[in-house]
Design a protein around this ligand. Structure first.
Ligand code: GLU
Length: 538
């Protein structure tokens, strides 16, 4: 590992960039690259640039660009220059930078560092096929056009003959060496480098050329990117040299592997930041977790809030070893962040899932008592909300957002992902209806029906007594006292109530939940459940 201070362009300002090609969602590997650049810039008091490499016009749609920008914003990776914020080195979209590339190509022409190549695709394919069949194999373009007399080349160009522009890789260059921030001293033989195309027949520019022009133009000091770009780096260094420019410091990040040791891909499940967001992982978790895929603060600390990350990101601690994406660790970390975030931030982040819980709650008919799974074994479908339910839920949240902060203590302790919220909380919004879990009904209500009915009756008596404060502790104590007098232990007393109210023997804290509901709904629900489960008692 190299101390980047040593290799930094003469102690100049740190300017780094994240340069995604907007071809779909933001992959976690790309997000990690963005995080390292962002944290490095912040730790060094430098500048973080976002540049959109949208030259693949088929796939780089406005929609895909918006997706990337939204994901960056959601992660909280603020950029100092780039789309939406501007900056003195713009534009920050490659499709708007053609002038820059043209000017750089002219400079290379003047320096005699490029040559036009008139070989057609068919000719190139034939040469390649012949070379592949021969003993030595294909070693790149055979440089036929490199020796065309300049006057002749000019005549052919003026006559409109299609051509590309290739880099004239210098003869006897010697190895291309650079100090990588992560991999240390690297060396690539130059004599095997292809005279690569910089400008295509249609006048568009190739990736390696555009990136060099942009990084040079934007005065990027450190290029930190995935190691899938490692083989591009010697090529890009040749382009810098041809332009007569110093190259930036390069740093290549280790691969992210799935738990089976293979490169992380769709086969491993979710791989984009948006998918993790939609499953209820927090942005803070993702930034912390992804930062640790290939970097460590001190080799042991796992919870690294973003201000610590920004304050102490040391590029020398980026590891060479491939990192493994450990979903269990991600889940654990999300739980930690949920427990740490406090009610107000939680309610904001959890809003879509809280609204879902409400809408699903409203969807249960006010008095519908459904035992799940249904007797015929068909999947239960009573909680699919209608558009009206959804609208009503959204309106309820908008009306009084702070009310929902009270839900936090009900779930914070055990929540791993925010998408678990609807399952845990929809019972609060059933009104007088209830979706009963069949197993819980059997075990808690029917197994010893007489005692369950008695327990339910006692609790109902307390809950109906308007002289008892509607407060979790008071209600619980009053029920307990009544149960004790009747010789019913607290567990046997409260479980029937839990099943009648929450539909299930596992639920968030019972009395803390009950007090968030209307008294009339709680009583109505108990009565409705009793009517269905103990019909003979009516
Ligand atoms: N646009 C390239 C990509 O998305 C990154 C280029 C670079 O970082 O040099 O892979």
């Amino acid at each position: 590992m190299v101390d980047c201070n040593d290799t930094c362009s003469e102690g100049g300002a740190v300017r780094v960039r994240f340069a995604p090609s907007p071809t779909g969602m933001l992959h976690v590997g790309g997000a990690r690259t963005a995080i390292y650049n962002w944290a490095f810039a912040r730790a060094k008091g430098g500048t973080f640039v976002l540049r959109i490499e949208d030259t693949d016009t088929q796939r780089s749609t406005d929609e895909n660009t918006r997706i990337i920008i939204d994901a960056m914003r959601w992660l909280g990776l603020d950029w100092d220059e780039g789309p939406q914020v501007g900056g003195e080195f713009g534009p920050y979209f490659q499709t708007q930078r053609t002038q820059t590339y043209r000017a750089a190509l002219e400079r290379l022409k003047e320096r005699g560092a490029v040559y036009p190549c008139f070989c057609t695709k068919e000719q190139l394919d034939a040469k390649r096929a012949a070379a592949e069949a021969s003993e030595g194999g294909y070693a790149g373009y055979d440089r036929t056009c490199r020796n065309i007399d300049p006057a002749e080349a000019k005549r052919r160009i003026d006559a409109g003959e299609p051509h590309v522009w290739r880099l004239k890789v210098p003869e006897n260059h010697g190895p291309i060496v650079f100090d990588d921030m992560v991999y240390g001293s690297m060396s690539f033989p130059a004599d095997v480098m292809d005279d690569m195309i910089l400008c295509r027949t249609d006048g568009t520019f190739t990736y390696n050329f555009a990136v060099v022009c942009d990084d040079a133009d934007m005065q990027i000091s450190h290029v930190v990117r995935g190691d899938d770009h490692l083989s591009n780096t010697p090529r890009q260094i040749l382009i810098y040299e041809a332009l007569g420019l110093e190259h930036p410091v390069f740093g290549h990040l280790p691969m992210i592997l799935g738990e089976n040791g293979k490169k992380l891909s769709k086969r491993h499940g979710d791989t984009s930041v948006e998918e993790f967001r939609d499953r209820g992982y927090l942005a803070d978790t993702m930034v912390n977790f992804l930062a640790l895929l290939g970097w460590s603060l001190d080799g042991e600390t796992t919870i690294i809030p973003r201000d610590v990350l920004c304050g102490s990101f040391d590029a020398a601690r980026i590891q060479r070893k491939d990192a493994v994406f450990d979903t269990k660790k991600l889940d654990w970390m999300n739980g930690v962040y949920i427990r740490d975030m406090g009610a107000a931030s939680w309610a904001l982040a959890a809003r879509p899932w809280i609204e879902q819980a409400m809408a699903q709650g409203y969807a249960a008919e006010p008095k519908a008592i459904v035992v799940e799974p249904a007797a015929d074994g068909s999947p239960f479908a009573a909680t699919a909300p209608s558009p009206d339910d959804v609208a009503a839920a959204q309106a309820a949240f908008a009306d009084d957002p702070s009310w929902f902060e009270q839900l936090y203590p009900l779930v914070a302790e055990r929540l791993v992902r925010l998408d678990e919220i609807p399952d845990k909380l929809r019972f609060l919004f059933w009104g007088q209806g209830c979706v009963l879990d069949g197993k819980s009904v059997q075990k808690v209500l029917l197994k010893d029906g007489a005692r369950a009915q008695e327990a339910l009756g006692l609790c109902r008596q307390v809950l109906a007594d308007t002289s008892v404060a509607w407060d979790a502790e008071t209600l619980q104590l009053a029920c307990r006292n009544l149960g004790e007098a009747a010789g019913i232990k607290p567990k046997l007393l409260f479980q029937p109530l839990r099943v009648a109210v929450a539909g299930n023997m596992v639920s968030p804290p019972l009395f803390e939940s009950i007090v968030l509901m209307e008294r009339s709904d709680v009583l109505g629900r108990i009565d409705n459940v009793a009517a269905v489960v103990f019909p003979d008692a009516q």
